[in-house]
Design a protein around this ligand. Sequence first.
Ligand code: WTA
Length: 635
Amino acid sequence: MGDDFRASFRVQSEDRLAFWAEQSRHLHWHKPFTKTLDWTNPPFAKWFEDGQINASYNCLDRHVLEGRGGRIAIFFEGEPGDTKTYTYSQLLAETKKAANALLDLGVSEGDRVALYMPMIPEAVISMLAIARIGAVHSVVFGGFSAESLRSRINDAQAKLVITADGGFRKGKAHPLKEAVDQALENNSCPSIEHVLVVERTKSEVIMSDKDVWWQDALGKAATDHVAVGFDAEHPLFILYTSGTTGKPKGILHTTGGYLTGASYSHRVVFELNSEKDIYWCTADVGWITGHSYVVYGSLANGATQVIYEGTPDSPNFERWWEIIAKYKVSIFYTAPTAIRTFMKIGRSVVDGHDLTSLRILGSVGEPINPEAWHWYHDVVGGSKCEIVDTWWQTETGSIMISPIPHAFKTKSGSAQRPLPGITVGIVDENGVPVKSTHDGSEAGYLTIDEPWPSMLRGIWGDPERYVETYWSKFPGKYFAGDGARFDEDGDIWLLGRIDDVIKVSGHRLSTAEIESALVEHHWVAEAAVVGAKDEITEQAVVAFVILRQDELGDAPNEEEIGKVLGNWVTEKIGAIARPRQIMVVSELPKTRSGKIMRRLLKDVAEGRPVGDTTTLADSSVMNAINDKLHEGATD
Ligand code: WTA
């Protein structure tokens, strides 16, 4: 594989489009395309435009028709210990029934369907059934609140929600249907016609006229369904993600290009041998990693994979390692936060398990620090596995920068090179490539310089925001929002976000979104949120709030205020956005033009001496905050 790939670096520079056309021909096209890329109206790209394709057919039917129907597609491991196995034939049969059930419920081509589900096979089946009939899924992570679900349903005008009575997390049934009911109450999502409910936890739920049990709907549905081809640029899914403003953006991906990127990258980055490997990506389908590397990339490639419902600590921290040993996982893909959590607990939880089946270890979602990299390499990988540190985003659809196993000498902490077919750059504020230094280059902004098949096609309902957010800072180039630098070998080191997006345990959050949630509380006059460095989660949410004294009533103490506002954020956005710390302050540091200087607040939140305050309108503000900090903070 390494040699092939060194060779393909040459192919791409000679003819990048021919390279991509070749990659996409690994897929089954109902109607072959003749045109690879239309970039006449940038940044609106059209890939493989005159071709027709069906994503579900590629993930299922093709394998069955080509004689791989008996291969295991999914080893499902429920958190309570129940297991279920699906061959490709079985997964196809279920998906056909689900597709017919959706049609019976009035869903048709182009309609949006929201998913709010636990990590169970029905989540994968739902996504593939929706894609199969040309509808568009919008998966909302089950950890988001009812209110977040409601705003996503309304933004996409979804016709149906698929959910479950609950999912098992940390030994408990986490209610999902209840949250859907809350999201829909008082007719607040008028576009929704039905709610399809999978029975998982057998928790008590209230079923209204709109609600239909999954098991009943599939039981009644016809068993056969013929997948037709859709235009390559037909929308496949919307996935909401946080940006620099308060409102999450619906990132739109289309069929042919996305599937090309997801399957190509999955094949090369993990050096997949679909007949031998057992693959496990721990991501939830609520995030892009779950879309590209639990559903589309891995299934299009005919991989055998593990899906685990719960958290790594249920019932104890042995769980993941038991699963790897049990299924003889050979490719494992997870986030650095998880590795750091295990590092802190100590190697004994890992050491007791036979992990010799492992061959490739992937990392995603945040920079992996060298210490965690080495621990992953030595303790998990027994010093014999290749580590692939993969950089990409919801918007890029698939991995953009990563070492390719055996083609590179890997380095702890560097994602190294763009994949063949991808062209990236690092530029300064003026869009000029960064200057070389004795040990590589200066730090700058990461850009992607040419269109790629799995690139986002836009922001749902907001084409201007698409142009403005990604293509205006450096005209003609995609602005990723990450800082980066080259080292002396030309390898890329990612330096984290340069905007107000933060990463907490690999989950993407917006400081602006948390701020607007906080100021919606009647106690809060003003709020500033920063991402402070955290040993385990990479970043943690720290909030500074100014209170409205007149609204406080019985003057609760700071601890109570912190609790109430923390719960409020959980309710508004979800538990993942709950601040680690909320500090009540009487003023926020602002420039003369009224801009909050988050940099100074970050210094405070990270316990550093406060930096340069000369541009503050009132420089005494930081002293007051510092004094306050030393009195003790709320939690
Ligand atoms: C960060 C996740 C460093 C980055 C797939 C990016 C990384 C954001 C890496 C996208 C990595 C992802 N090294 N940083 N290997 N992978 N990131 O949309 O800041 O949830 O912009 O997609 O995660 O987050 P998203």
